[in-house]
Write a protein that binds this ligand. Structure first.
Ligand code: LLP
Length: 424
């Protein structure tokens, strides 16, 4: 089947998401919109579940990849937990019924407000990223007469061989506590009466296409687990973070969750700890796409431009990481052009592709930016006072809106009431 993956393919030269032609959604919903295949999400969940079936593993979906409530509900209904990084994400996770004992909370800058909220909710683990956080968490827990579970996020100093902006496990990054200082951190945690040490956490980066760095990270972290044991500090959980890559280019062959499982389980098994994994992108990325309409085309000296009705405010990845996203025309064309596909925003960085060979689309045609399900809508903004796009979920031959397109009134609502305050 021609197309991009099992969920986005052409039938009679028309691009479909599962059984639904994207042009039909565009007619009813307008453009731009994000579209997600429910089947793709559930298939991925099952791939992960099968891959880790032989070892006690809790899968905590990283909400930062995509936190639409209807998307989260799919995870919740499939008994997936949550990896959160803010109070807002905790609020959303709880809203869709993810139980507190399946929620882990990482992040270098958790505020007192957020920590208190998560203490109240009695989450499974605070993945603590600094010594100061240990002290503050202990104090806030004490104030509520609670004991909270903590893991220390260690930085195993492993190069995940991915984009520097999404490498997190290097010594120079702001994340975690360096692994050679971790023992001291655990000893401090042990001395704090409201902390219950339950685990160790590491996350080395994102869009990882070769699983070997995981082995290095997990081996280094396992060494720490053995050292802790000798010191009388017993853990329950070994959290290896997320990071598995997805297909962005047609020729990409990302690792299967089974490859990750085969790489890490033998090492984790030696520690006897239960496993936690925190995939984000690989659960939702390929399940989603961004559909836009061509507003204009224009030719400049040596360049052809295709200008579409979505921009870097909708999908920031190309502008921010120079990320490649494959782009397909919704109605297939015989003729090809080489073009810059750009948005309407007043920034040179507002592009989806540069010098890309693409179907010769014209004003009114629809294009689809592939693999936009993760870090797409969740990183979108209202820059240039642009309403954020609609989101649509496809289930077989049905589709429904899961987030309406923002209206202008929504954009001014938080400001409007202050409009006349400065007047005397
Ligand atoms: N756990 C922790 C502690 C994380 O920091 C992250 C992602 C994940 C899990 C999920 O990683 P994933 O499985 O999605 O790779 N905006 C960037 C990606 C930033 C990832 C941040 N942390 C992008 O668009 O590529």
């Amino acid at each position: 089947m021609e197309g991009f993956n099992d969920y986005f393919s052409y039938k009679d030269d028309q691009l479909f998401c599962d059984e639904v032609p994207l042009s039909k959604i565009a007619e009813e919903v307008g453009t731009p919109f994000y579209v997600y295949s429910k089947k793709a999400i559930e298939d991925k969940i099952n791939q992960y579940k099968d891959a880790f079936a032989d070892y006690p593993t809790l899968i905590c979906y990283a909400l930062k990849a995509n936190s639409n409530l209807s998307v989260l509900k799919i995870f919740s209904e499939n008994d997936i937990g949550a990896d959160i990084v803010s109070g807002g994400e905790l609020f959303k996770a709880k809203k869709v019924g993810i139980p507190s004992n399946k929620i882990v909370y990482a992040g270098v800058g958790k505020t007192d407000f957020e920590l208190s909220y998560a203490i109240r909710e009695e989450i499974l683990s605070f993945n603590v990223e600094s010594i100061e956080e240990l002290y503050v968490l202990n104090e806030l827990a004490g104030a509520r007469k609670k004991k909270v579970n903590i893991s220390i996020r260690v930085n195993p100093n492993v190069d995940p061989k991915t984009h520097p902006y999404i490498s997190t496990g290097l010594r120079t990054s702001k994340f975690g506590i360096d692994i050679d200082e971790a023992l001291d951190a655990y000893k401090i945690a042990q001395s704090l009466e409201n902390l219950n040490i339950t685990g160790v956490h590491c996350h080395i980066g994102s869009q990882i296409m070769d699983v070997s760095p995981y082995k290095e990270a997990v081996e280094k972290t396992a060494e720490l687990v053995f050292t802790l044991k000798k010191e009388g500090i017993e853990l329950e959980y070994f959290d290896i973070g997320g990071g598995l890559g997805i297909k962005y280019k047609p020729e990409d062959r990302p690792p299967h969750p089974k490859q990750l499982a085969d790489m890490v389980i033998p090492v984790v098994r030696q520690t006897g700890l239960k496993l936690i994994i925190e995939p984000g992108r690989s659960l939702i990325g390929e399940a989603g796409a961004l559909v836009s309409q061509v507003i204009f085309t224009k030719n400049k000296k040596d360049k052809h431009f295709i200008i579409v009705d979505s921009g870097m405010n909708d999908l920031l990845r190309p502008a921010m990481y120079n990320a490649y996203h494959h782009i397909l025309s919704v109605q297939k064309k015989d003729k090809k052009v080489v073009a810059d596909i750009v948005g309407p925003i007043c920034e040179t960085g507002d592009f989806f592709a540069l010098d890309r060979e693409i179907d010769d689309v014209k004003r009114g045609d629809l294009i689809t930016v592939m693999s936009a399900g993760a870090y797409g809508f969740s990183m979108s903004s209202n820059y240039n006072v642009r309403p954020r796009a609609a989101e649509v979920l496809v289930d077989g031959n049905n589709f429904r809106i899961i987030r309406e397109r923002e209206e202008y009134s929504y954009l001014i609502q938080p400001e409007e009431k202050y409009l006349n305050e400065g007047e005397v």
